[in-house]
Write a protein of this length. Structure first.
Length: 77
């Protein structure tokens, strides 16, 4: 179980053939494990390594729910 808060360990940008991009990150969660996920609400130019993030769940068109991470609101204050 996780509280959904963590720190960005590494980032990269994935580009598809149609020109769209996704920000990907390895997030080290506060509980000590790391996971690969998509970063949202952040530009690829933002240097988020070492910054705090929080989980946000989304559901795709097929009904699958998966975690994304966004910059933590606590860091923005």
């Amino acid at each position: 179980m996780s509280n959904g808060l963590g720190t960005v360990h590494a980032t990269t940008t994935q580009y598809s053939r149609d020109g769209q991009s996704k920000n990907l990150a390895i997030v080290e969660l506060d509980e000590g494990f790391r996971m690969l996920s998509q970063l949202v609400d952040a530009s690829p130019a933002d240097n988020l390594i070492g910054k705090r993030v929080q989980v946000r769940f989304t559901t795709d068109d097929s009904g699958l729910t998966f975690p994304l991470f966004e910059p933590s609101a606590k860091d923005a204050q």
